[in-house]
Ligand binder design. Structure first.
Ligand SMILES: Cc1ncc(COP(=O)(O)O)c(C=O)c1O
Length: 380
């Protein structure tokens, strides 16, 4: 049987190569490589897409988080609440500024921060909350907005995996775009993201003019005019060439997203048969009133590592996001969390398995993936 890779960027590139190459060539001809009109156009495009007033292109999703927290003035002595079941950058950005990440457990159904656990962790030092819209589905934002309004705490959305996702608290209510809901929203254009560059790139979105201006300055060492520094910033500029590539790819984003959604529905259908017999198998909980953009399709299963090994041997690529929650990482041992402190995050780390999902994946390939998962379970 054929190999089914976990992601397949080469195939995507083939389909748009004829547009990408001239766009890159245009940049080579102008020899302008940093910021510039392409970056500005991408910023306008993303702001319009996210329905925010401002968007600021930066060097990566990690820097989008760092710069957002810098713009809010977060630093030593401050605390920032966030889930531990996320990519490291969510917490790393807090620590880089000398502030303390305070980990709040997740809702085991959605993998997103559990709003009911937030209030008990807020102290007089809490400056912000970073909800992560994990795998492309929005965290439950309404309770967070309520809490932060009462406690005067900022929200920085880690929407790195969620460009185009929407949050609708109720069926029929007006949806809000990921990144548009909090004070600032952060996106990553890492190559495997739904909208991926040919290297690192990121974006901050916001409706707040002052915060937008501050992020914009902070990404160029806080200088305005050039060589006069209002703030101590960093170098985090978005490359022109990445913007040119992203502008081409953006035209396909909606189509690619709907392809991902179709693949997710098909997995739900195919995997349903297995539910009674596969021990501990859980399919992703899709909140249908929301718009889930399926950056990842993640199942839970017991004996995850053995299943993964079996699938690897059968030529099927999978991945584990994330094998160790952040509160148990070596670099955070000084925070003195122990195993058992955040049980839902810890259990998720032992059980999650991301299956291949990308627009180019065929139904036949999906049937093969599920067929092999069934073979694993039914042979035992
Ligand atoms: C949840 C989350 N936060 C932050 C980041 C950081 O983005 P980047 O890799 O572009 O720095 C990523 C992506 O890798 C992510 O998945």
């Amino acid at each position: 049987m054929g190999i089914i890779p976990f992601f397949d960027l080469a195939n995507q590139f083939k389909s748009i190569e004829d547009e990408i190459k001239p766009a890159m060539d245009e940049v080579f001809q102008t020899q302008q490589f940093i910021l510039g009109s392409k970056v500005q156009l991408l910023e306008e495009t993303i702001a319009q897409y996210c329905r925010t007033r401002y968007a600021i292109g930066v060097a990566s999703g990690s820097d989008a988080l760092l710069l957002s927290l810098m713009a809010l003035g977060i630093g030593t002595g401050d605390e920032v609440l966030l889930p531990p079941f996320t990519f490291f950058a969510t917490a790393g950005s807090v620590s880089r500024l000398g502030a303390t990440p305070v980990f709040v457990d997740i809702d085991p159904e959605t993998f997103n921060i559990d709003p009911s656990k937030i209030e008990e962790r807020i102290t007089s030092r809490t400056k912000a909350i970073i909800p992560v819209h994990l795998f492309g589905q929005c965290a439950d934002m309404n309770p967070l907005l309520q809490i932060t309004k009462e406690k005067k705490v900022f929200i920085v959305e880690d929407a790195a995996q969620a460009l185009g996702a929407e949050y609708k608290p109720e069926v029929g209510s007006e949806g809000r775009k990921a990144g548009q809901i909090g004070d600032l929203g952060c996106f990553s254009f890492y190559p495997t993201k739904n909208l991926g560059a040919f290297g690192d790139a990121g974006m901050v979105v916001t409706d707040n003019r002052d915060l937008a201006e501050k992020v914009r300055l902070l990404r160029t060492h806080g200088s305005k005019p050039k060589y006069f520094h209002k703030w101590i910033g960093i170098n985090s500029r978005l490359d022109t060439i990445q913007a040119a590539i992203l502008l081409v790819k953006f035209k396909y984003l909606e189509k690619w997203t709907s392809e991902r959604q179709k693949k997710a529905q098909y997995y739900q259908l195919l995997l349903r048969d297995l539910l009674p017999s596969a021990k501990g198998l859980k399919l992703p909980m899709i909140q249908y009133q929301n718009r889930h953009i399926f950056h990842q399709y993640v199942i839970r299963v017991q004996e995850r590592d053995r299943l993964r090994q079996f699938l690897t041997e059968e030529g099927i690529g999978t991945d584990v996001y994330y094998p160790l929650p952040l509160h148990l990482q070596e670099c955070y041992s000084f925070l003195k969390y122990r195993r058992g402190d955040l049980p839902h995050s810890e259990k998720a780390s032992e059980e999650v398995l991301a299956l291949p999902i990308y627009p180019e994946l065929t139904e036949n390939q999906q049937r093969m993936v599920v067929d092999r998962i069934k073979a694993f379970h039914w042979k035992r």
